[in-house]
Design a protein around this ligand. Structure first.
Ligand SMILES: [Zn+2]
Length: 237
């Protein structure tokens, strides 16, 4: 009989844990602040996005984007922007959008609102100083949001962006990433790849470059227009 109250409590506890894990990491969760994960589903347009750069490999992606004349959005890490300011600037000068992906790529869960705000603020300052643009969107590292995230974004004038589909390009081969993202291509989709690997210096992003090389012609053949996140999410588009 002593076990009974514990057993009775197990189901609600499980539900609470399930809810919190979705709230923190779910792509469609806006529990910790406004967050977008797709654009207008009536328009045949989608956005390619890249996290964790700039890196030594970013130029390879810029070359392919330039070859097809399509824009993308790069959620840059402040520490990498300071490490490779010329690459950060080259992304902006090529006409791509730059978003904020934090300064030090931390897991934001269990962090204080002050920590989140100052980490995002530091990235914002680094991007503005070196790339010459002020991001309007942030994507939380690992897609993990926490209490105070929405207020931090509001204070910096940043909207939250997640993704419609993620390619797991840090742990799969290019064929698998393309196979994962191709069926996810749909009106308003935001596709997530990585031109860096968290805080790694000289990361091997060969899989990402190969994915982009294969994916862009497929998307264009299917008639999708590639847009920046701001353009894709613009309400008057
Ligand atoms: Zn990241």
């Amino acid at each position: 009989m002593i076990m009974y109250p514990l057993m009775a409590g197990a189901a609600p506890l499980g539900a609470a844990v399930g809810f919190m894990s979705w709230a923190v990491r779910g792509k469609s969760s806006a529990v910790f602040g406004p967050s977008r994960w797709h654009g207008d589903r009536r328009r045949k347009a989608l956005a390619l996005t890249f996290d964790d750069g700039p890196s030594e490999g970013t130029g390879g992606i810029l070359d392919i984007l330039a070859h097809y004349g399509v824009p993308a959005t790069f959620f840059q890490v402040g520490a990498h922007v300071e490490r490779l300011p010329e690459v950060a600037r080259a992304v902006a000068q090529a006409g791509h959008e730059i978003g904020n992906h934090s300064y030090s790529h931390p897991l934001f869960c269990f962090r204080t609102p002050g920590f989140m705000r100052s980490d995002l603020e530091r990235a914002q300052a680094a991007i503005q100083r070196h790339a010459g643009v002020r991001p309007e969107w942030y994507r939380a590292p690992f897609g993990v949001r926490w209490f105070g995230m929405g207020a931090a974004g509001r204070r910096l004038g940043l909207g939250g962006v997640m993704w419609t589909a993620i390619g797991y390009d840090w742990k799969q081969k290019a064929e698998a990433v393309v196979a994962q993202l191709t069926p996810a291509a749909a009106n308003g989709a935001i596709l997530c790849l990585h031109d860096g690997r968290e805080l790694r210096v000289r990361p091997d992003i060969g899989v990402t470059v190969e994915t982009v090389r294969r994916l862009i012609p497929i998307l264009l053949d299917r008639g999708y227009r590639l847009e920046t996140v701001s353009r894709l999410l613009c309400p008057t588009n």
